[in-house]
Design a protein around this ligand. Structure first.
Ligand SMILES: O=P(O)(O)OC[C@H]1O[C@](O)(CO)[C@@H](O)[C@@H]1O
Length: 390
């Protein structure tokens, strides 16, 4: 794979972590996350030492990787401009990515040894999948039978959108679950009138997934609906090749979620059984490309992915981080047109994203003024969302 650092989308100031929300992620969320990893997996002393070392390291200057595994040489190139600087003064997107890469190395993920391939977030992910919130979602699937067919796709799309609030990193600082799906009024840019007709006629869909559990579940239900309605359709789930941003889905997470469906109540089990068949038949496929854990924006995607996006009828990007990578982790005026910023995309792209970071485009001036006059943290609270398509 040829991942050039290149020139990322940067027509607006790049977001760093010196203050505001990104600062709180590095200062509060990352140490909490490290403690949670050590609380979840009974790592031996040398790994605990390495993870605790990372907790200290992120308050000092940026150091080179201390491993030589896999993509380490590529990371040395990406890290070169930032070594010796504070984690807070370099691009936020890059700092977060480097943090997760270092965490994997510290936990022995890359091996060799007994901890190779052990997901440091595994216990948290498993608890989410086995938990009451997922169980409630599985039970609610029985209700799909009574949704009028004309409304079904819309309903599943909204489920996939609001499922994005359920990432485990986000829950470190906010209580989980129990919330109703927000009203359509919380959708501050809504391209559904254009998106739904495209989606209902799609034969070749790429869905770039985000979190496991309450997000992946509705994504899979949406895929099942499309594959069942359209016998010639194929859906490609693009997932992370390694654990990332706590709860992002890897191939094994998709398989576990399908299994959870299979073992669920009748309506869920029927969906899970069909999904297993679609996987076996190659109509639902999994791609775990290294680009998805690189500190890059989508305009820097390698040629093989660009080709795949161009060949698809539609690529749907799930979640906040994919959105930041789509429009660039930069301080756009929020009224900047989505179509303008994503004009580089080699096909048709849609973003389903609840707002969990400051980046935003495509909102009209009047709505923006209203939002700015309301809830202080509206850009990061997860209460608002966008559905955008180009
Ligand atoms: O799971 P999502 O929707 O991509 O959200 C993850 C978000 O959480 C953060 O990592 C903050 O912790 C953001 O940087 C990121 O955009």
């Amino acid at each position: 794979m040829d991942l050039e650092p290149g020139a990322p989308i940067a027509k607006a100031p790049v977001i760093t972590s010196e203050d505001g929300f990104p600062h709180s992620v590095l200062r509060e969320r990352h140490p909490e996350l490290l403690a949670k990893v050590l609380g979840g997996v009974p790592y031996p002393p040398e790994i605990r030492l390495a993870v605790n070392g990372l907790a200290q390291e992120i308050e000092g200057p940026i150091l080179p990787l201390s491993d030589t595994h896999g993509d380490a040489a590529q990371w040395a190139v990406w890290a070169e401009p930032y070594l010796g600087k504070s984690w807070y003064e370099v691009p936020f997107l890059w700092a977060e990515n480097y943090f997760y890469r270092k965490l994997l190395a510290a936990t022995g993920w890359f091996g060799p040894g007994p901890w190779q391939g052990v997901d440091p977030f595994g216990p948290q992910k498993d608890a989410e999948l086995a938990g009451a919130a997922v169980q409630a979602e599985l039970e609610a699937l029985a209700g799909l039978a009574s949704v009028p067919p004309a409304e079904l796709l819309d309903s599943l799309l909204l489920g996939a959108l609001w499922g994005n609030r359920a990432d485990l990193g986000f829950q470190l600082q906010r209580p989980a679950g129990g919330e109703e799906r927000p009203a359509d009024a919380n959708l501050i840019c809504d391209h559904r009138p254009a998106l739904l007709p495209v989606l209902s006629g799609v034969d070749h869909l790429i869905l770039v997934t985000d979190n496991i559990g309450r997000e992946l579940l509705p994504d899979l239900v949406l895929a099942d609906q499309l594959l069942t309605l359209r016998p010639d359709a194929v859906v490609h789930f693009h997932v992370k090749p390694s654990p990332y941003f706590t709860s992002d889905a890897t191939p094994i997470d998709v398989l576990k979620t399908v299994q959870r469906l299979v073992e669920g109540p009748a309506a869920a089990a029927a969906i899970g059984t069909r999904l297993r068949e679609y996987l076996s038949a190659g109509r639902l496929t999994l791609t775990a490309h290294p680009f998805y854990v690189a500190p890059l924006t989508f305009d820097q995607a390698p040629a093989d992915l660009q080709k795949a996006y161009a060949a698809a009828d539609l690529t749907v990007l799930k979640g906040d981080l994919n959105y930041r990578r789509l429009v660039g982790d930069v301080a756009w005026p929020a009224t900047t047109a989505f179509e303008e910023v994503t004009s580089y995309w080699p096909g048709r792209v849609a973003a389903l994203r609840t707002l969990k970071s400051d980046v935003l485009v495509g909102v009209d001036q009047a709505r923006l003024a209203e939002l700015d006059a309301g809830e202080a943290n509206w850009r990061t609270s997860g209460h608002y969302a966008v559905i955008q398509m180009n």
